[in-house]
Design a binder for this molecule. Structure first.
Ligand SMILES: Cc1ncc(C[n+]2csc(CCOP(=O)(O)OP(=O)(O)O)c2C)c(N)n1
Ligand SMILES: [Mg+2]
Length: 558
């Protein structure tokens, strides 16, 4: 296990997130002994979310360590989520002796973890001998960050962890991998094609995904947008690559971009369910230019007129070079039309906010009217966000102005990333973090608020308590005294959970109290928990994506 600790140190791992037990406890101590921070969690899924968030924010894979069987599977949920979201991370799990697993001998915590993990990760390795550990760690690192990033699995068997080697032989195992991240340039014909289409566009737009944030394209995108006056539309986690309230932001004109643009340059985003698969609402004559690191992403759902496949930084450089000296053919009223529409939409949104301000008990937007100015005045705070209405309303309300400062439920729209991601963000960047959580969403990871306290991290957790999944007014259909399937506890005092672990806590019922509490939490840089009392009828089923629910034939009150 010393070999493992040293391999992690050699490759530059700063933090390991995990939860110990047989057979990894001693390894965790030795890892700490190498000067690597070991952040011990209460649940492996959250440790995994922290590792994934570190990977997304830094571009270096986050590392998760789990015990065998259920610990492995708890962590694997986060590793699978990382693969889907293209976050680089490595899950290293203690594992039983593979010879015994293969013969189904009923050994301690027996599970064929290697084959269980395989379909959910980019690459998987199994170490049966200590001599294989450094190469497995280095290869896992390379696999996690290369091409499309994702989750990688190492089955760290008990025999490999316990094997004793002589030091001279062990020392020979370490090497420095050459070019552990090696960007691949796009082909020049694809760049020319993209530039031809872009410069002939009458109504061009840029659609930004979190891949563009991960690839650190902000300076190049700024040049493209400003020099060629192209409006941009960010996906949720791409907010802040360019300022949400900038003059070319089309954030409030999403439908118009979909329906009216003739060329959209998709950068690090996928035309998946979140974008109606590039069909339906989209202009049927649309020409998509798509920049992606993975060729498999091209032509998914709709044919792509100009794919540019390769490292997106190199692709952007090549496109900017090829554009130099060329001019755009944009209709003269395209940008001004969008700006006029944005003005009207923003005014409408502001009016909605004004109306919500005085609602008592508070609604989501009432609480956000207090939160918005504080977060916008502290752009360097990383925002973590999960829930349904809590997610949608916060995303719509809070403008971002810096890249990689918003992490949320992302592609799978999962609950259960909050505390882990908040911890990963705080540990990996040293920055202050605010997590805005629905009361249901918080329940998935709430116990790891204690990890925030134990490590004294600058994290403020804000819980929007409307007493349920979507709201607290669901009507039970069987007329028993059981709560409805969506109902939680609108009278719960989440702040008392914070008290149990020594956090600074607040229970707030008005926007003024919330404002004070949030300012205090951020300024203190201490673990803070704010229980925000909302009305039980604030929020609707599934927030903005209720249309995805199959329709029932009976009348149901959710
Ligand atoms: C792992 C997982 N389980 C269940 C769901 C279904 N789900 C979607 S949103 C949500 C919770 C919404 O309630 P809350 O977080 O309180 O936000 P609100 O809409 O009430 O503001 C749930 C359980 C999910 N997305 N992920
Ligand atoms: Mg709720």
């Amino acid at each position: 296990m010393y070999v493992l600790a040293r391999a992690l140190k050699n490759i530059g791992i700063d933090n390991v997130y995990g939860l110990v037990g047989i057979p990894i406890t001693e390894a965790a101590y030795l890892i700490q002994g190498q000067g690597i921070r070991f952040v011990g969690f209460r649940h492996e899924q959250q440790a995994g979310m922290a590792a994934a968030t570190e990977g997304y924010l830094t571009g270096k894979p986050g590392v998760l360590m789990t015990v065998s069987s259920l610990g492995f599977m708890n962590g694997l949920t986060a590793t699978a989520n990382a693969t889907v979201n293209c976050y680089p991370m490595i899950q290293i799990s203690g594992a039983s002796d593979p010879a015994m697993v293969d013969m189904n001998m009923g050994t301690y915590e027996q599970l064929d973890q290697f084959n269980t993990a395989k379909p959910l990760v980019k690459a998987a390795f199994r170490c049966t001998y200590a001599k294989d550990i450094p190469a497995a760690v280095y290869r896992a690192y390379r696999a996690a960050v290369s091409g499309r990033p994702g989750g990688v699995y190492i089955d760290m068997t008990t025999p490999a962890l316990g094997e004793i080697m002589n030091k001279v032989d062990a020392d020979k195992l370490f090497y420095t991998p050459v070019d552990i991240y090696s960007p691949v340039a796009p082909n020049s014909r694809s760049v020319e094609r993209a530039v031809e289409i872009l410069t002939s566009a009458k109504r061009p737009a840029i659609l930004l995904g979190k891949g563009a944030a991960y690839a650190r394209l902000e300076d190049k995108i700024k040049t493209l947008v400003e020099k060629y006056q192209i409006p941009y539309l960010p996906m949720s986690m791409a907010k802040g690559i360019m300022p949400d309230d900038g003059p070319l932001s089309a954030l409030s004109c999403r439908s118009t971009i979909m329906e009216k643009s003739d060329v959209v340059m998709v950068i690090g985003a996928r035309l998946n369910w979140m974008l109606s698969f590039g069909k339906g609402k989209w202009n049927p004559d649309m020409k998509f230019i798509q920049l992606d690191v993975a060729p498999e992403e091209i032509d998914v759902n709709v044919p792509i007129a100009a794919p540019v496949v390769g490292d997106m930084g190199l692709s952007m450089d090549a496109i900017l070079d090829a554009l130099d000296g060329k001019s755009m053919a944009t209709d003269s009223d395209w940008v001004s039309g969008l700006q006029a529409e944005a003005k009207i939409k923003n005014a409408k949104f502001a009016k909605r906010f004004e109306e919500a301000k005085s609602m008592m008990p508070m609604h989501h937007m009432t609480a956000l009217s207090a939160i918005k100015p504080i977060l916008e005045a502290n752009p360097d705070v990383i925002l973590i966000n999960e829930g349904a209405n809590t997610l949608d309303d916060t995303r719509d309300a809070v403008n971002m102005s810096l890249p990689r400062h918003r992490v949320d439920c992302a592609t799978w729209a999962i609950m259960g990333m909050g505390m882990g991601s908040a911890i990963g963000a705080a540990v990996a960047t040293g920055k202050s973090v605010v997590a805005i959580e629905g009361d249901s969403a918080f329940g998935f990871s709430g116990m790891d608020f204690s990890t925030i306290c134990r490590f004294n991290l600058p994290v403020t957790v804000v819980i929007f308590n409307n007493g349920g999944i979507y709201n607290g007014i669901g009507v039970p259909m069987d007329k028993t005294t059981d709560p409805a399937p969506t109902t939680l506890d609108v009278r719960a005092r989440y702040d008392k959970l914070g008290d149990a672990f020594g956090a600074q806590t607040f229970y707030v019922t008005t926007p003024e109290q919330l404002s004070e509490a949030l300012k205090t939490g951020i300024a203190s840089k201490k673990p803070t928990l704010i229980d925000v009392q909302l009305a039980a009828d604030s929020g609707k089923e599934s927030g903005h994506i209720g249309y995805l629910n199959p329709a029932p034939l009976q009348s149901i009150t959710v």
